[in-house]
Design a protein around this ligand. Sequence first.
Ligand code: ZN
Length: 124
Amino acid sequence: MLSVALFEAAKLHAKQTMKTNIIINLQHEAVHQWSDCELEGVEFLKFPHRHIFHICCKKEVKHDDRDIEIILLKRKVNSFLDEMYPKTFGDMSCEMIAKELATVFELNYCSVLEDNENGAEVIL
Ligand SMILES: [Zn+2]
């Protein structure tokens, strides 16, 4: 049986070591291409092609009471994508998109999947 003192010590340890992230998930429709693609079997990637990019962003918060409001963060990321990449990501890969979002929004995690299938993640 767990003693009260041990339980309090465990709670204190958890409080000191726990890290909390907020998570937002969103989708962005755009085309991109890999103009320099020379890989046999995927030559079609040279040409602009459409994806629904599924994006997951995680950002650390310092307390549990809306340190960062998730709806507002999601609106900011959506607005950024709509302004900067309304129709195309150009030659950007999933890795590049994830790194840019992680940098701009000071995220500690970002994943970008093409059509919710394949992609990349950045962990900071
Ligand atoms: Zn693609």
